[in-house]
Write a protein that binds this ligand. Structure first.
Ligand SMILES: [Fe+2]
Length: 307
């Protein structure tokens, strides 16, 4: 961690319905070794990426792709197709006259947003899916969607308008689900109670970015996404030209500002270096903070709830 960067502080969000067992230092160390071993041996099995998302990831790279091909891809996955129509009709996304056909919905959203919606469905059904930590998964999924919106807003405000910004924000903390999945699997055969998330926070802080990047890499997502997820807490280590790690780091601060997925931590002057290194000028920061606050005040309109 560098100055201005905080490890995720999630203690405020641990509800009574989540595992509450304490964990002794020795067990914590063993769990850490388990996660480290999963990373080093790459034996960790990431969630399978559904075909529709994998194919859309490839189609966005094809400058000659046509609407019919995208429709043919999306229609094979009813959950994604339904979500695309719903998003296209959402007032948040600027819907005017309602669309009823999948093709019109795809045309309204455009290919990149269609891909993003597919990954939103993947995030809900495949990523933030550790039943033993269901409440935390709901919090993470809600925060992930808002992180995507905020990363896109930061990217737009910096003049970059990267088409990958939403995806980076959406997936940036998915490694926490991976850490919790490894812990839950380890405890599945033990008599001991599952440790509370708050006791795992140091381990999550240490490994989640690397694990998340590993999943992105296994999914063959573009390098810009893998790198942003890997370095979102240490964006100064990102060496790629046009790296989105500083954008995601700034979006992460905005998430803290509204207390989503992490402890409430209003942005202060001390956070300016992170925001400025993302490319935000002083006059852009205020509107972004207000935008984040508007989302927090009306979050039901912005996020898809997990079942
Ligand atoms: Fe993070």
């Amino acid at each position: 961690m560098t100055s201005g960067q905080r490890p995720p502080d999630i203690s405020r969000f641990i509800s009574a319905r989540q595992p509450a067992a304490q964990v002794d230092p020795q067990s914590l160390d063993q769990l850490g070794q388990l996660v480290r071993s999963a990373l080093q041996t790459r034996r960790f099995r990431p969630p399978l990426l559904p075909e529709v998302a994998a194919r859309l990831s490839r189609l966005v790279e094809d400058p000659d792709v046509d609407l019919a091909t995208v429709e043919k891809t999306v229609v094979k996955d009813p959950a994604v197709a339904a979500r695309i129509v719903a998003v296209a009709n959402s007032a948040i996304h600027g819907a005017r006259a309602p669309v009823t056909s999948l093709r019109s919905a795809i045309a309204r959203l455009g290919l990149y947003r269609v891909r993003d919606v597919a990954f939103q469905v993947v995030a809900m059904g495949k990523v933030f899916r550790v039943p033993a930590y269901a409440d935390r998964m709901r919090e993470l999924f809600e925060a992930a969607q808002v992180a995507g919106v905020l990363a896109r807003a930061v990217s737009d405000a910096c003049g970059g308008a990267s088409e990958a910004a939403y995806l980076c924000g959406l997936l940036h903390d998915m490694g926490e689900a991976s850490v919790l999945g490894i812990v839950a699997d380890a405890f599945a055969t033990r008599q001991a109670s599952l440790p509370a998330v708050e006791f795992l926070a140091p381990m999550i802080a240490e490994y989640h970015a690397e694990l998340g990047a590993l999943v992105c890499s296994e999914w063959k997502l573009p390098d810009v996404v893998v790198e942003a997820v890997a370095w979102h807490h240490t964006p100064e280590q990102a060496t790629r030209v046009g790296s989105l790690a500083p954008i995601v780091a700034a979006a992460d601060l905005l998430l803290g500002h509204i207390g989503m997925g992490t402890a409430w931590h209003p942005v202060t002057k001390a956070d300016l270096p992170v925001l400025e290194s993302a490319g935000l000028t002083a006059e852009r920061i205020g509107p972004l903070l207000r935008y984040a606050e508007e989302i927090a005040a009306d979050r039901q309109s912005w996020v898809m709830s997990a079942p």
